[in-house]
Design a protein around this ligand. Structure first.
Ligand SMILES: C[S@@+](CC[C@H](N)C(=O)[O-])C[C@H]1O[C@@H](n2cnc3c(N)ncnc32)[C@H](O)[C@@H]1O
Length: 423
């Protein structure tokens, strides 16, 4: 097998060539990379080579090889309630975010959320010997674990620091690239201060119920998005933590909000125990088409927009548009969520598109479903083809009043969300 060269050098895997465990790890890694290439999560040779070179199993030694090379998140730490506190993220989103970040040899990179150290090793491979990588994590035990794993695979140059990522890491600034691998509600001042002019920030940004990995280019004091991908990360803890609101509508059926202020949802409790009504929109999504823009649109259009996961509701033949981050809206006692059916009702047609519908429950549920469906139609009319929602972020208290199709205020930043033609 060709030894991958990245960032101008060959990554040698310590103890990774002779024993049979490592041979199995290599073919599993190669097959994962092939799959991610086929699905389009890996698009560049640099990211593909880095993922071929870095042995993910060395960063999750407690995982069987099959799990280490599955396209799945591997949780490495939980709190007493069972909530995940640290993990190796799903390889597909790791690859997508590295593609968004567009790292070049020689770059100085800051990662917020070191976790297992796996992504930091990939970044090290991408920046090469002339670049530098600093990764910060909130927890001392996580930092220790990442340090040990990085040392074991020969990535001693990566700096791992225990710090609250809200403050970035000023000592290594300015950075050409900042990547945040933990869900964030805001864009705190340190990230603006520590990013070089012309640099790029990639962060999983929560807007109401939605979470999207947004790649921002930084020029003239403005962060302007160039791509938006649906994602789901564990939320940031520490100074920048923003409590998400979880509402149990019926037993075990929970909807989560990252609202700007608490969503009044008490009236909607129990609505899923009653039958609902579906409003069909006639709007179709092609096979493989990205729905990130639609979920972002709905999150911007409805202050009561949250996200829900399957299994949920009386779906029958309906499907959720997104299994784990499906857009749903609460308004008083009414509840409505996006539901889909296969195009033409052809259940068994592989790869067919879907039609978007909205299912309403509770008093006023049908009217709310009509309102959500109307917004799906507006999105379809105004924001498809080569038109996209573009997020422009401005620091709070700096510059003029911002305007956009939607304006979402945060604590440290203001987001102006506009329609823009993709270049
Ligand atoms: C999804 S994991 C990151 C995965 C990691 N990039 C990897 O390759 O394994 C998220 C990490 O963010 C860390 N974290 C949470 N809040 C943080 C904060 N305020 N500052 C720095 N790290 C934080 C967690 O401790 C956790 O390790």
């Amino acid at each position: 097998m060709r030894r991958p060269r990245v960032g101008g050098r060959t990554l040698e895997h310590v103890g990774d060539r002779t024993d049979t465990v490592c041979q199995e790890a290599r073919w599993r890694r190669a097959s994962l990379v092939d799959k991610l290439r086929e699905r389009g999560s890996i698009r560049s040779a640099a990211v593909g080579d880095a993922m071929l070179a870095v042995p993910r199993h060395r960063f999750v030694p407690e995982a069987p090889l099959r799990a280490a090379y599955a396209d799945d998140v591997f949780v490495t730490k939980r709190n007493n309630e069972g909530d995940a506190l640290s993990s190796a993220s799903q390889p597909a989103i790791v690859a997508e975010m590295l593609e968004q970040l567009d790292v070049a040899p020689g770059h100085r990179v800051l990662e917020i959320g070191a976790g297992t150290g796996y992504n930091a090793a990939l970044l090290d491979a991408l920046v090469g010997p002339r670049g530098s990588v600093t990764a910060v994590d909130l927890d001392a035990d996580t930092v220790k674990r990442a340090r040990e794993a990085l040392d074991a695979v020969g990535c001693e140059r990566v700096r791992v620091v225990q710090a609250d990522g809200e403050a970035g890491f000023a000592e290594g600034a300015p950075y050409d690239r900042i990547i945040v691998t933990v869900g964030t509600w805001d864009l705190p001042p340190a990230w603006w201060d520590q990013l070089a002019e012309g640099g790029r920030l990639v962060a999983p940004l929560q807007i109401r119920g939605s979470e999207h990995s947004v790649a921002f280019d930084y020029t003239g004091g403005v962060l302007r998005s160039r791509s938006v991908i649906t994602c789901g990360f564990m939320p940031m803890r520490g100074i920048g933590s923003h409590e998400s609101q979880a509402v149990e509508l019926s037993e075990g059926r929970i909807i989560a909000f990252h609202a700007d202020k608490e969503v009044e949802a008490a009236g909607a409790r129990g609505v899923l125990d009653e039958r609902g009504t579906t409003v069909w929109t006639g709007v179709r999504i092609a096979p493989g088409e990205d729905t990130a823009q639609l979920s972002l649109w709905l999150a911007c259009a409805f202050s009561g927009c949250g996200r829900m996961s399957a299994p949920f509701g009386d779906h029958g033949k309906l499907r959720l548009m997104l299994r784990w981050a499906n857009p749903a809206v609460v308004d008083g006692g009414a509840f409505a969520y996006v539901a889909c059916r296969r195009d033409g009702d052809a259940d068994d047609v592989r790869g067919s598109g879907i039609e978007v519908g909205v299912r309403g429950h509770g008093p006023g549920g049908e009217a709310l479903a009509e309102r959500v469906a109307a917004q799906v139609a507006v999105w379809n009319r105004e924001c498809r083809g080569d038109v996209r929602l573009q997020i422009e972020a401005y620091r709070s208290g700096v510059g003029p009043t911002v305007e956009g199709r939607f304006v979402v205020p945060k604590r440290h930043s203001r987001l102006a969300i506009r329609l823009a033609r993709s270049s």
